[in-house]
Design a protein around this ligand. Structure first.
Ligand code: FES
Length: 327
């Protein structure tokens, strides 16, 4: 739809006032607020998410643009309906170690989400928490049930809510009624290894190759293979901290990553030169709910993933002895 923008200022604010929805809330995380406006100069956000072809066709992302003079844009962003009734309702749940996020989406746009403390991975608690929150959102949006429910998390939590045996096949779909969940289908993204949850794997989707991503006690190197190094949860204190730091140092020396990212402000990661980035799991979950291309990308990532645990076996002894020699 062609819109004449006569106001100046933030394009995001102007479009929001007109009732348009920004898929990630306009935080520059999803790359999906595409408009056509060739007179706006491409920004670093455009270069990050758009192809050269799209940029030369005048496609831009709306959420970081400033309007200095009246312009005409072509905007197909979704509008928030007054009487909201999602056409393709879907829900996601992301089970983190400390927090659980549950959201309702429509065609990949997050309509609402809640973040709650994570209960221990017991079936009864997880299922009750999810069902309660999801049904409350359904009632608010007059939805009978979700078309698809996506579940992201560690194997133990996914097993607890679905009661299906691990390992799953990559990207399997299941019937929600078999699991007593309020939807038609359940999509379980690949859980590449027993030690790595699908919530960590999705974070790698748009991360460039030759990057190291530090996520709490797990760090993941994305090269030809994706190497997930896991360690004990209390690796950030006591003796475990020494092993974690040494391993991190070794992998940085060996792989020479172009980028190091972290999601948490953990001193060891920052000292190792990591750049703090926001977790994108919720936006990627919303995309996975409607994009088969994204599902295929995730399956490919899972097939490249191998895990190693920081342990006291020969391999790690060898690594530590090298670090001592070099140090
Ligand atoms: S809304 Fe613009 S990048 Fe997500």
């Amino acid at each position: 739809m062609i819109i004449n923008i006569t106001e100046t200022g933030s394009l995001k604010t102007i479009l929001e006032k007109m009732g348009y929805l920004f898929p990630c809330g306009g935080k520059g995380l999803c790359g999906r607020c595409k408009i056509t406006a060739s007179s706006l100069s491409p920004t670093s956000l455009d270069l990050r998410f758009l192809s050269d072809h799209e940029i030369s066709d005048g496609i831009r992302l709306a959420c970081d643009k400033e309007i200095l003079e009246p312009i005409e844009i072509d905007c197909d962003l979704k509008k928030k309906p007054k009487d909201i009734k999602p056409e393709h309702p879907a829900t996601y749940v992301i089970f983190g170690e400390n927090e659980t996020e549950i959201g309702l989406t429509d065609d990949g746009i997050i309509l609402e989400n809640v973040i709650l403390p994570s209960p221990p991975p017991k079936m009864i608690d997880l299922k009750a928490q999810f069902n309660l929150e999801a049904i409350e959102m359904f009632e608010k949006y007059k939805v009978a049930k979700a078309e698809t429910i996506l579940i992201l998390g560690t194997p133990e939590r996914v097993k607890a809510i679905t009661n299906i045996e691990i390992p799953f096949n990559y990207g399997d779909m299941y019937y929600a009624k078999d699991m007593n969940l309020p939807g038609e289908d359940v999509y379980i993204p690949p859980i590449p290894t027993p030690e790595t949850g699908s919530h960590d794997l999705v974070e790698l989707l748009d991360i460039p190759d030759n990057s190291l991503v530090i996520s709490g006690s797990v760090f993941m190197y994305k090269g030809d293979d994706i190497l997930c190094i896991t360690s004990d949860k209390d690796c950030l204190s006591g003796y475990g901290k020494i092993a974690f730091k040494a391993t991190l140092q070794y992998f940085i020396q060996e792989t020479k990553p172009e980028n190091i990212f972290t999601f948490e402000n953990i001193q060891e990661s920052i000292e190792a030169g990591a750049k703090l980035i926001e977790r994108r799991a919720r936006y990627l979950a919303a995309e996975l709910l409607f994009s088969n291309k994204r599902k295929a990308e995730l399956n490919r990532l899972a097939k490249r993933t191998v895990t190693m645990a920081i342990a006291d076996d020969d391999l790690w002894q060898d690594i530590f002895s090298k670090i001592e020699m070099e140090g």
